[in-house]
Design a binder for this molecule. Structure first.
Ligand SMILES: Nc1ncnc2c1ncn2[C@@H]1O[C@H](COP(=O)(O)OP(=O)(O)OP(=O)(O)O)[C@@H](O)[C@H]1O
Length: 357
């Protein structure tokens, strides 16, 4: 028996919150999907403190949804907005960018979930995490797409080992490429190599729209979008135009990266995109010669930050020479049987178990 979204929303509207109102009237439900009897959603609390206070509500919400006739499984993620009253970064003055809305954020046809992988600071390994996570999810049986939306520095063609220009037999639909079990597309595949991209807002929006709407993605369980670093036009137009399931934020443990990660979290909070979790990359370095472990960028900073902000912490990924070499050679480490692949497999298992992939 299939269940309707309306029934689920009605059940959630019956779950009261401390301080009055309910989960629906206080607008805390995000990314609700109902597939047959399987229900998934995110509760996005107004602040980390509120998220902590919502422990009993989480259990009540799960019970209420489970009690709806026809519901076979419930997967819910609790997350929170970033720190509330921080000043906006200058690039977030939304009014400065003319981005006319046409009917609000849209779904991408055939795609169940869209997860953006973001970072505040450049070079923290967002593209490495995106490609390895995509491959790890595909190895665990998910139908995965990977969209390289890093218009200023597309690195997925190199990391996934593809260079062929995608075909477009009718001049409208672009055929994506396949690599390591993943359906992929990158703006880098549409440009000449070494072509500098100096685009302004409207052109970026046009390119992004094409990559999402004109690419024949087919049926996907999850589309991973590798964003450029920071808080700019791409993030803004993506959140305004596309229904995102949520965002994963990658950071290294050091303070300076965390500082920028907070800006990214703040941006997603303003754009009403739920943050599904934080990932610590380059956690520990294990010398391939002597096995000695060094914490080059520190260790544990992202986990502590996630706990502070009431956000899920999704895991630590080691700094390893083999990860860099594999990425440079076009076969992500997650596509191999190297021991370093396990950290990405674990991350993928966690996302699947949490209903996020
Ligand atoms: N865990 C890791 N171990 C070893 N090298 C890594 C790891 N993560 C990333 N790297 C390397 O660090 C460099 C930067 O990584 P990557 O391009 O993934 O970062 P990014 O955050 O996407 O950067 P950009 O700012 O260009 O978007 C790459 O050479 C990559 O191979």
């Amino acid at each position: 028996m299939s269940v309707s979204r309306e029934l689920i929303m009605r059940a959630l509207a019956g779950v009261g919150l401390p301080g009055g109102g309910d989960l629906v009237s206080r607008d805390l439900i995000r990314a609700l999907t109902v597939e047959g009897g399987a229900v998934r959603f995110v509760i996005e609390a107004e602040s980390p403190e509120a998220a902590r206070a919502l422990g009993p509500v989480q259990a009540a919400a799960e019970a209420a949804v489970r009690a709806v006739p026809g519901v076979a499984s419930v997967q819910l993620v609790m997350t929170a907005h970033g720190p509330a009253a921080k000043p906006a970064a200058p690039s977030l003055k939304i009014g400065q960018h003319p981005t006319p809305q046409q009917g609000g954020p849209q779904k991408v046809s055939g795609v169940d979930r869209i997860i953006a992988v973001a970072s505040g600071k450049g070079g923290v390994g967002k593209s490495t995490v995106s490609s390895n996570l995509a491959v790890a999810l595909a190895r665990q049986g998910r139908k995965v797409g990977l969209l390289d939306a890093d218009i200023y520095g597309p690195s997925q063609p190199r990391m996934m080992g593809v260079s062929k220009r995608p075909a477009s037999p009718d001049g409208k639909i672009i055929e994506p490429l396949q690599a390591h079990g993943v359906t992929m597309m990158s703006i880098g595949l549409m440009l000449k190599e070494d072509e500098a991209v100096i685009w302004r807002g409207p052109m970026i929006m046009g390119a992004l729209q094409q990559l999402l709407g004109q690419v024949a993605w087919g049926k996907l369980d999850i589309l991973i979008i590798d964003l450029p670093p920071g808080t700019g036009d791409i993030q803004l137009s993506l959140a305004q135009r596309t229904q995102l399931t949520g965002a994963l934020v990658v950071s290294t443990p050091q303070d300076v990266a965390l500082l920028d990660a907070r800006k990214a979290l703040d941006m997603f909070s303003k754009l009403k995109v739920p943050v599904l979790g934080l990932i610590e990359n380059m956690s520990t370095f294990c010398c391939p010669n002597c096995g000695h472990e060094t914490q080059i960028f520190g260790h544990g900073g992202v986990k502590a930050e996630a706990a502070k902000l009431g956000l899920p912490f999704l895991g630590e990924l080691p700094l390893a020479l083999s990860v860099r070499q594999a990425g440079d050679a076009g076969t992500p480490i997650a596509a191999t049987d190297a021991p370093e692949a396990e950290a990405y497999a674990r991350l993928a298992r966690g996302l699947i178990a949490g209903g996020m992939a």
